[in-house]
Ligand binder design. Structure first.
Ligand code: NAD
Length: 486
């Protein structure tokens, strides 16, 4: 099926006529073709978004009306929930049951920011003068939004909803591998008559289409989610025109299990933390730190239970792990598994599943390495696949030291029944998202983002809205006397 990009309220092809094949990772078949846009095509979208911001109704609408539009988007997503879930599952391989959660979350994200739209407000300040100082919040302007492939619809929702609530206009570039659900979202925006140019969705590769957003002076802000190396390029490129930036990068997140934890819950949490969404999750608990006294029992339990994780067609409701997103990514993960074989002890998994029914898909077995030294590459580098590195520790202070010893600082968890120790350790982990005795629950209400090289700025919650607002002071003179300086 031939799809089009969405620019200035119209469906658009690439001016070159070039297209890209969108692949189903379960069998390598072609799902659709989308325009492969050039930098000039993206500039058209930037021009449309600029016009919509500078001259269009959207930033000038009463906030309540913007909120109502977001409620309608949420409703429309729910009305097409099954189609959205199927689109993401077919496009990137996540189990359909997980995709259904994503769709529900995406709808709620629009609703959450629909509610917040009318709660944007400034303040008045006492100043040492016969004057009143007023603080106003205004939309930051035209935002370039660049997202990854691991949660295609949800990442689009996390970007678009707060930007729209704030009164911004946007050009969104989905990952080149997974544009389909974002284009379905454009169909909803068309049916709801969102003013032309408020949201533009461009398809194309990172350096060309993404790069055009990063370098264009008309773009006021870049909101980027993706890998560390790309993040560095985006930050450098945005610096030339002093763009506002919010940057969400990867993680190598510690999941710390103390001996007194509820054992079964911790085993479950370790596996879900590492293997949900095939491990293609920025916040995945990809380093499991286990107190030495339960270490070998934990390894046995993990190995035993991980063998029961059902790989298969992600559209099958019984499937717990689908294929990885692309053949290239499968190869990258397999290379890390080879590195792991040299660095540590392979406990389970370690390759492509032997089941011939899966042969055409980009599958990788759930893989666990034990006795991992935290300095090993498989403990320091984000693999972004179903590979868990298990590391033993002997004391609370050692657990904290290892937990913090990577360049990243996105997420992590602690498992213990000792409430004093639990909170003590959580406070010492330098990361933006932490859990106690659970892993992964993510709430639209709570700020999402990283410390250290996991990025800066926060998405979600009221913190996420802040990133789309400028702050203006207006000083009102209350004295009729002239300044009288000269
Ligand atoms: P990626 O960095 O390869 O690509 C992300 C996006 O950036 C894509 O849309 C891509 O086309 C674009 N891009 C690539 N090169 C570019 C350039 N030179 N200029 C502008 N844009 C460019 O990442 P990916 O492989 O799609 O996604 C996986 C990464 O995303 C992982 O590192 C993961 O941890 C991270 N991630 C982070 C979060 C978070 O919230 N912190 C959430 C999901 C994913």
């Amino acid at each position: 099926m031939q799809r089009k990009a969405w620019i200035g309220g119209r469906w658009a092809d690439a001016s070159s006529g070039q297209t890209r094949e969108i692949i189903n990772p379960v069998d390598g078949s072609v799902l659709a073709r989308v325009p492969e846009m050039s930098a000039d095509d993206v500039k058209q979208a930037i021009a449309a978004a600029r016009r919509a911001f500078d001259e269009g109704p959207w930033p000038r609408l009463p906030a309540r009306e913007r909120g109502t539009m977001l409620f309608k988007i949420a409703e429309a997503i729910r009305a097409r929930a099954a189609a959205f879930a199927e689109a993401d599952t077919r496009n990137m391989g996540k189990p359909i049951v997980e995709a259904e959660f994503d769709v529900a979350d995406a709808a709620h994200c629009f609703e959450y920011y629909g509610g917040l739209a009318s709660k944007i407000h400034g303040e008045t300040l006492e100043v040492p003068d016969t004057a009143l100082s007023m603080v106003m919040r205004e939309p930051v302007g035209l935002v370039g939004q660049i997202i990854p492939w691991n949660y295609p619809l949800l990442m689009a929702a996390w970007k678009l909803a707060p930007a729209l609530a704030a009164g911004c206009t946007t050009v969104l570039k989905p990952a080149e591998q997974t544009p389909l659900s974002a284009l379905m979202l454009a169909e909803i925006l068309e049916s709801l008559d969102l003013p032309d140019g408020v949201v533009n969705i461009v398809t194309g590769d990172g350096p060309t289409a993404g790069g055009a957003l990063v370098t264009d002076a008309r773009v006021d802000k870049i909101a980027f989610t993706g890998g560390l190396d790309t993040g560095r390029l985006v930050i450098k490129g945005s610096a030339d025109t002093i763009k506002r930036m919010s940057i969400e990068l990867g993680g190598k997140n510690p999941n710390v299990v103390f001996a007194d934890a509820d054992f079964e819950a911790a085993v479950d949490g370790a596996l879900f933390g590492a293997f949900a969404n095939q491990g293609e999750v920025c916040s995945a608990g990809s380093r499991l730190l286990v107190e030495r006294s339960i270490y070998s029992r934990m390894l046995d339990a993990l190995s035993e239970k991980s063998k029961r994780i059902q790989l298969g067609d992600p559209l099958d409701r019984q499937t717990k792990m689908g294929p990885l997103v692309t053949r290239e990514h499968q190869q990258k993960v397999l290379e890390y598994i080879d590195i792991g074989r040299r660095e540590a002890r392979l406990v389970v998994g370690g390759g492509i599943p032997r089941d011939s029914a899966l042969a055409k898909g980009f599958f990788v077995e759930p893989t666990i390495f034990a006795d991992v030294d935290n300095r090993a590459r498989i403990a320091q580098e984000e693999i972004f696949g179903p590979v868990l590195a298990v590391i033993p520790f002997d004391s609370e202070s050692e657990a904290v030291r290892i937990a913090n010893d990577t360049p990243y600082g996105l997420a992590g968890a602690v498992w213990t029944r000792d409430v004093f120790r639990g909170i003590r350790v959580l406070k010492q982990i330098r990361a933006g998202i932490l859990w106690l005795n659970t892993y992964h629950p993510t709430y639209n209400e709570a700020p999402w983002g990283g410390y250290k090289q996991s990025g800066f700025g926060r998405e979600l919650g009221s913190y996420g809205l802040e990133q789309y607002l400028e702050t203006k002071q207006i000083n009102l003179n209350l004295s009729e006397a002239p300044i009288g300086w000269y």
